[in-house]
Design a protein around this ligand. Structure first.
Ligand code: DI6
Ligand code: FE
Length: 401
């Protein structure tokens, strides 16, 4: 048994933000054996003792919504939008998601891995130990497979747990122009069963929006996922009311994400289903959206709220989850405590990993970060920069990433 002591811990134990001052952690191999006040340390043989010098310890951060794997570069679109060209105009001119699809199809697996590694490393360096990665810039079977394989490789090359999500229903590819229902059929009948058999899919997502797929089309995707025993999640209510969140809740979705246009009755559906609300302030900021997600109702009805980067080349070029803690507070009105729970405890639940990750509790993986800060609120307070940290994953300290 290894002991970490001389620290305070934001444990998230018992399903909510919670702290232990003058804490200690006992680690048995890859898992936490005990976490509590040092004064109550159980007597057990200890092989190593580590002094954390008064640090605050949190669970490893969890980024539960990213599109980290993609080819190409859309920083030129950023400049166009600054000149007043709209996201829709850029898309109509062949840019937007279609531009990432062309570049992703043209890139080799090695090239995609190399660029994804460059984007993942800064996330890991600030304490992310679990990362979700979506497909959705391939939009043909071979290219979706390529993206998901690269996502899996990220988890082999880097010290991070990766969950893969198939988002083939992200946009309509040119091959299916004018035939969205045929495209949905290809995903449901052909692609998903194959990709699932190949072990490449941990969950299934779709983009439910007037400029993407309708609730009826999304429902077919959800039915196919359910037949394959795969959990679902949804890009819902990002730009308009589609009642995607209620549809997701009906299918017991792990999460509904974005939610700026979420309506009251659908908050209730999410609460009843236990579906996590994943808020993405990076996309909100980048699109200069003004409609706020209904945080007060989510809170009032006890819907767990997670925060994630939505790292993607179009609407959220975000490489810092800790910055999302700040924006979750400043833009959406979360408290720093809610923000931290959102990037640990509730993010784990949004990935179906709550039994193993997201809090400092006996039996879970010993993924934790020791921060050189005075109060946990500092994690949401600083914009950017790199706080001094020691990062531990599965019981072992990471030298560097
Ligand atoms: N919502 C978004 O904001 C991104 N995808 C989605 O479903 C946009 C992705 C892009 O522009 O590349
Ligand atoms: Fe997204």
């Amino acid at each position: 048994m290894k002991l970490w002591y001389n620290c305070h811990a934001a444990t998230m134990a018992g399903g909510a933000y919670s702290i232990v001052e003058n804490a200690a952690l006992l680690v048995d191999g890859e898992r936490l054996h005990w976490v509590g006040p040092l004064a109550e340390l159980p007597s057990t043989p200890i092989s190593e003792r580590h002094d954390l010098a008064g640090a605050w310890v949190t669970p490893g951060l969890i980024d539960c919504h990213t599109h980290l794997v993609f080819g190409g570069d859309r920083s030129g679109e950023f400049e166009q939008r600054l000149q007043g060209v709209s996201y829709a105009q850029i898309a109509a001119a062949g840019g937007g998601i279609a531009s990432s699809v062309r570049a992703t199809r043209a890139a080799s697996e090695a090239e995609l891995l190399e660029s994804a590694l460059r984007r993942a490393r800064p996330l890991l360096a600030e304490g992310v130990t679990v990362l979700e990665v979506k497909s959705g810039y391939g939009l043909d079977l071979a290219s979706e497979r390529k993206m998901l394989r690269v996502a899996r490789r990220l988890g082999e090359v880097l010290p991070v747990t990766v969950r893969t999500t198939c988002l083939a229903a992200h946009a309509l590819p040119p091959e299916f122009a004018g035939r969205p229902d045929d495209y949905i059929a290809a995903i449901c009948e052909d692609w998903l069963p194959q990709l699932a058999t190949e072990g490449l899919v941990d969950a299934v997502d779709a983009f439910c929006e007037h400029l993407a797929f309708s609730p009826a089309q999304v429902e077919r995707i959800f039915q196919a996922a359910t037949r394959l025993g795969l959990p679902v999640k949804l890009h819902a209510e990002q730009l308009s009311v589609q009642h995607g969140a209620a549809l997701a809740a009906r299918y017991g979705a792990l999460s509904a994400d974005h939610l700026e246009y979420l309506v009251e009755e659908d908050v209730e559906a999410m609460a009843e289903a236990g579906t996590v609300a994943v808020l993405l302030p990076g996309a909100f900021l980048t699109l200069r959206e003004t409609k706020l997600p209904p945080v007060a109702s989510l809170r009032a009805r006890g819907v767990p709220i997670a925060l994630a980067t939505d790292a993607n080349p179009g609407t959220s070029p975000v490489l810092s989850l800790r910055l999302m803690l700040n924006l979750g507070c400043t833009l959406f009105g979360l408290t720093p405590q809610e923000a931290l729970a959102g990037a640990t405890l509730h993010a784990a639940r949004a990935l179906g990993l709550a039994d193993h990750y997201g809090s400092l509790e006996a039996g879970k993986y010993a993924d934790f970060v020791a921060w050189d800060i005075n109060r946990p609120a500092e994690l949401a307070y600083w914009l950017g920069g790199q706080l001094h940290t020691r990062i531990f994953r599965h019981g072992k300290e990471l030298a560097h990433v």
